[in-house]
Design a protein around this ligand. Structure first.
Ligand code: 6R9
Length: 663
């Protein structure tokens, strides 16, 4: 190929050109939880031994395990299977028993400005009462409870009360529709739904209980009513709601009947902990099943090592909603297992204005902050003058999750939020992996903006070609996990065949993650986006991420989404949607198309030059902040826009469809 620029194969040179590196500062390294690279060698020599040690040291077991991993029936793994523990006790009671009852577990900040702090002793007390309440509503070990809540302390209390009883929760993000909620309730056959009247979002009350009512009213596809017997309602929004007699109960009225005593029982380590649905690219959402012992071991280990948590002095804040896996693993279970002090914020970052997050960091002296690249880019778009008004000097470590972080956003995060000093951990993982798998360790790794870098100790990954052969450094391929890991997905709820087909069919005993990745010359991993986001233009494999990254690298561009639209001649063509930075008049929209096409061609190569560049006000995003490229592809191909049920709002996509068809 004469012009090979712009293919996945050329990304290493791009990565190489851009290679700035940030070694750990000497003082950070000296005080870091992990500061000897021996840990990698030790864990690689005996991964099961390493995880057994973590499980023993970081958790308290009611009955010690004697077997670490049972992989006799792949891909159905069992970790610590004959051990018994209680997850809630590990997150609560044992800290109180260790004299830490007065430590704050959560600083809660409501969107309207109300705030509350809850100590470990208080949280333990509330969870015990709630467990007694749920038990008398009939919840027992093995049951499933659906939770449809705003991000408030009662949500965590509800989750922990469910798991304290040996039952499993299925949290459904409060932005999902009645149909999506019902589908999830039906799939897990929940008999109890815990919800709130409403929660605050963007300055107003967003109703939740009315959505539950709507979800429960109809018969399902099989003509059956829902399995739900009771709906427990937390009062939060104060909005008017209907209560169905005999079915619906107010949390604050019921709870008065229960005292604080509840003895936690041990349950087997492979007892279900939660089922969380992932959207998937097509088809109905998959119910990802996680269990207790292995999950808690890996979330506790990674939370401590990757975020360098010092539970006695750090204030940690993960901005994710508990409706997503990040909220589960790094907003609830990992931090609580480690006895961390956390911030929980109910609302959106722009309410009442874009200073809200930075104000919260200043108020609580947050030292560790974990958020998503999409949020960082939104803040970049608003401009650095906003965070600069706040004292962010308490921050000592930043984290990123959810998609590849483009080097431009990485540098902004590092310089503007982190004062040019804080390490950034770019953490790769999935709902299915349960916990972080690939990330720098901040006391050890020399950071490279844009790369998630290396597998965690005890985790074994590879980048392979289509036949499953590992690629050498400098090459791209598919990411696989080579050995079972403690927090791995155990099954797709009710559909083992789908579990096998989706993750294990392609490479046998290796887990297929669905992400494209590339190894640079040093063997560090650079993610290239989902494999389904890889385009094929005239036989060249082009990465959406790579082109997006180059667009965002242009000084006038705030955000970009790239899709491969079907094209008769070239197979696919590159179509870009960009948001221009608002505060600067540096690029007139009418010039943008020409300028940005040239920019991409200059940076990556002619093959990557977008066929179209549309300047738009806003990109369509899911409620978890992921850009919905599938919808943009429909628009680019002139099709009717597909399923929009997971969108945060449909305004953006409607406007874009109008704009594109008018052109
Ligand atoms: C935790 C979470 C999983 C997908 C995953 C990948 C993308 C997440 C990333 C990343 C590059 C990172 N992803 N973190 N890509 N670098 N640091 O986001 O789970 O919602 O299941 O999404 O997100 O494509 O396959 P989930």
């Amino acid at each position: 190929m004469s012009d090979d620029h712009g293919t996945i194969e050329s990304l290493s040179s791009l990565a190489h050109d851009a290679q700035e590196s940030y070694p750990p500062a000497a003082d950070f390294r000296a005080a870091a939880n992990q500061n000897s690279s021996d840990i990698y060698l030790r864990a690689a020599a005996d991964p099961e031994g390493y995880w057994a040690e973590q499980a023993q040291q970081r958790l308290s077991w009611k009955k010690p395990f004697t077997e670490v991993l049972d992989w006799t029936n792949p891909p159905f793994a069992k970790w610590f299977a004959n051990g018994e523990l209680n997850v809630a006790e590990n997150c609560l009671d044992r800290h109180v028993a260790n004299g830490l009852g007065d430590r704050v577990a959560y600083y809660f900040e409501g969107e309207p400005g109300d705030s509350r702090s809850i100590t470990y002793a208080e949280l333990t007390h509330e969870v015990k009462r709630a467990a007694n309440m749920l038990a008398s509503l009939g919840v027992t070990a093995g049951d499933r409870v659906a939770i449809y809540m705003p991000l408030i302390p009662e949500t965590v209390i509800a989750m922990l009360a469910v798991v304290r009883l040996g039952a499993a929760h299925s949290v459904v993000f409060g932005g999902f529709s009645a149909e999506s909620l019902r589908a999830r309730i039906d799939d897990v056959e929940a008999e109890l739904v815990i919800t709130a009247d409403g929660g605050y979002r963007k300055g107003r009350v967003s109703p939740l209980k009315p959505v539950v009512d709507q979800a429960l009213v109809f018969d399902n596809a099989d003509g059956k009513p829902s399995t739900v017997k009771n709906v427990l309602v937390v009062k939060r929004g104060g909005n008017d709601i209907d209560m169905v007699a005999g079915r619906d109960l107010w949390w604050h009225e019921e709870i008065t009947a229960y005292d604080g005593e509840h003895t936690a029982q041990g349950f087997p380590a492979e007892n279900p902990l939660f089922i969380l649905y992932t959207s998937g690219t097509t088809g109905k959402p998959k119910g990802i099943l996680h269990t207790t012992g292995g999950y808690l071991t890996q979330v506790a280990t990674t939370h401590s090592d990757i975020f360098d948590l010092k539970p006695e002095s750090d204030v940690y804040w993960c901005t994710a909603d508990v409706g997503w896996v990040t909220g589960h693993s790094y907003g609830v279970y990992g931090p609580l297992a480690n006895g961390a002090t956390q911030v929980m914020y109910e609302g959106t970052p722009d309410t009442p204005n874009w200073g809200r997050w930075w104000e919260i960091i200043q108020k609580y002296k947050v030292s560790i902050f974990y958020t998503a690249p999409t949020a960082i880019r939104s803040c970049m778009k608003v401009g650095r003058q906003v965070p600069e008004q706040y004292d962010l000097s308490s921050l000592r470590l930043l984290g990123s999750v959810g998609e590849p972080i483009n080097p431009e956003a990485w540098r902004w995060y590092h310089d503007v939020i982190g004062a040019g000093k804080t390490p950034i951990v770019d953490t790769w993982w999935q709902t299915e992996t349960g916990a972080i798998m690939i990330s720098p360790l901040p006391g050890l790794t020399t950071l490279k903006p844009g790369s998630a870098q290396i597998a965690q100790p005890g985790i074994s990954v590879a980048v392979v070609d289509d036949e499953g052969n590992p690629v050498s450094n400098g090459n791209g391929g598919l990411l696989v996990v080579e050995r079972p890991w403690p927090s791995m997905v155990r099954n797709v709820w009710g559909d083992p065949q789908r579990f096998i087909d989706t993750y294990w069919d392609k490479f046998g005993d290796k887990y297929f993650a669905g992400d494209g990745a590339r190894l640079d010359e040093d063997g560090d991993i650079w993610f290239l986006g989902r494999v389904d986001d890889v385009m094929n233009v005239s036989g060249h494999r082009l990465s959406t991420t790579e082109i997006e990254s180059s667009l965002v690298g242009h000084h006038a561009v705030a955000e970009a989404a790239v899709v491969g639209a079907d094209d008769e001649t070239t197979g696919q063509r590159v179509v870009a949607f960009v948001c221009i930075k608002t505060q600067q008049e540096i690029l007139a929209p009418e010039d943008a198309e020409v300028v940005l096409k040239k920019h991409v061609a200059d940076l990556i190569g002619a093959i990557a030059r977008p066929a179209n560049v549309y300047v738009v006000n806003e990109l369509p995003k899911t409620r978890s902040g992921k850009i919905m490229r599938r919808l943009l592809k429909d628009v680019a191909e002139g099709k009717t826009v597909g399923d929009v049920t997971t969108l945060a709002d449909t305004v953006a996509i409607t406007a874009i469809a109008k704009q594109v068809s008018g052109n």
